[in-house]
Design a protein around this ligand. Structure first.
Ligand code: GCO
Ligand code: MG
Length: 413
């Protein structure tokens, strides 16, 4: 069974998505997500110019060999662009293999290990009343695990926080519009003040815990903004509020920074949404510096590669916590849900929920009910790409915001 056609599809149903569609000579179709938020066309071009020509005529069943061919064969290994491209090919080939078998993908990964995936949503507010309202909406929608992000007094906007001020910017559903694929010639510039953040956040989590009680699973994302000692202090100060995890406390490329954080706090740590390969996790796993792996199928080289990362993590009792923002397409999310149902060390799955337009374009068959995600029982990934809808939503340049300190210095995020 040969790959006969490979198409790179770029569309923007509220935000940009890059999708690879492979078709075999006997008519099986597989999809892979290659979306790199804010740098989408780099991956589209890498695929279109350098990968598609290599795929035509290859045996669609040789998933591992194709992965090795694209990873080792390029000479230039790793990096977000290369690994998103490889991920798209790998995911599309798994989709095809499962369709040929006539089975939902999770069956090929070992079958179901659980009834569904515990999923967390994003609640946020510029102040406590807004935040409480957002948490209540999530509880009504069935979530039992919720990420909590809050405005900071003195800062006009904070990344990850929806409010009446920035609602309506993207995805159609105001609760999720804070994911800032903001349209325009350049990135929005946000102001940041670390001391104000560190003063404010413990009080927010204390208030949320006392308002909503001990059962609610709470998470918080720091978006790489602290130094090791600041992160250690935050982790320690949040211990009484029993977080499921504290995410991305320091810039991810400095693994050793998490030693300092670990020395001081028992708050569980999650990191890895910007990682691309298993090597990025080596020190973190072997020194047991983290508790959850944040990589998405889309950014870590596909199902083949992420499965190896999870197996490696399992040796150290580290669990999955796959990245699931709205900039991972329903194809990437479906792949994560099939994996999450099968792997032994599943922890939690992020589920922000895509816009209506995005669902119309991809028609995913996974479902969310009672706080859990299930992948659907149709063959393959269970996602169908609608070309007519894609045509109605052409690519539009969009950037993530940048982050500056009050004196104008660029800051991590
Ligand atoms: C999360 C993330 C996202 C990312 C975004 C970048 O935990 O969901 O941090 O909000 O910032 O996916 O493209
Ligand atoms: Mg994050």
């Amino acid at each position: 069974m040969q790959i006969a056609k490979a198409e790179v599809l770029v569309a923007s149903p509220g935000r940009n998505f890059v999708t690879l569609r492979l078709t075999t000579d006997d008519g099986f179709v597989g999809l892979g997500d290659a979306t790199l938020n804010g740098r989408e066309l780099a991956v589209a071009s890498y695929l279109g110019e350098h990968v598609v020509p290599l795929l035509i005529g290859r045996d669609a069943h040789q998933i591992e060999d194709t992965w090795q061919y694209l990873y080792r064969g390029a000479y230039w290994r790793g990096g977000p662009v290369t690994m998103a491209a490889i991920a798209a090919v790998d995911t599309a080939l798994w989709d095809i293999k499962a369709k040929v078998a006539g089975l939902p993908l999770y069956q090929l990964l070992g079958g179901a290990s659980r009834r569904g995936l515990l999923a967390y949503g994003h609640a946020s507010g510029m102040d406590l009343p807004e935040l409480y309202a957002s948490i209540r909406e999530h509880l009504e929608a069935g979530y039992t695990a919720i990420r909590v992000q809050s405005g900071i007094p003195g800062l006009p906007s904070v990344y990850g926080v929806a409010s009446s001020r920035n609602a309506g910017v993207g995805d159609g559903d105001p609760r999720y519009d804070h994911e800032p694929a903001r349209r325009g010639a350049g990135p929005v510039e946000e102001a940041w003040d670390t001391r104000a953040y560190l003063r404010h956040v413990p009080a927010v989590l204390e208030a949320v815990r006392s308002e909503f009680g001990p059962e609610l699973v709470l998470l918080h994302d720091v978006h790489h903004r602290l130094t090791p000692i600041q992160a250690a202090k935050l982790g320690k100060s949040l211990e009484p509020y029993d977080l499921f995890w504290l995410e991305d406390v320091t810039p991810a490329e400095n693994s050793a920074a998490l030693r300092r954080v670990r020395e001081h706090t028992t708050t569980p740590l999650a990191i890895g949404e910007v990682f691309n390969t298993i090597w990025d996790y080596r020190q973190l796993f072997e020194e047991q510096l983290i508790d959850y792996v944040r990589s998405a199928v889309t950014h870590a080289g596909g199902i083949t590669a992420l499965r190896r990362i999870f197996d490696y993590a399992a040796v150290y009792q580290i669990k999955s916590g796959v990245h699931g923002p709205t900039d991972v397409s329903p194809v990437g999310l479906a792949a994560a849900i099939h994996m999450g149902l099968a792997i032994p060390n599943f922890g939690i799955q992020e589920y922000m929920r895509h816009s209506t337009e995005t669902h119309e374009l991809f028609r995913p068959s996974y479902a969310f009910a009672d706080g859990m995600l299930v992948p659907g029982e149709g063959p393959g990934l269970g996602v169908e790409y609608d070309d007519a809808i894609a045509q109605a939503h052409p690519y539009a340049a969009a950037y993530l915001p940048v982050n500056r300190l009050r004196d104008g210095s660029m800051h991590d995020w």
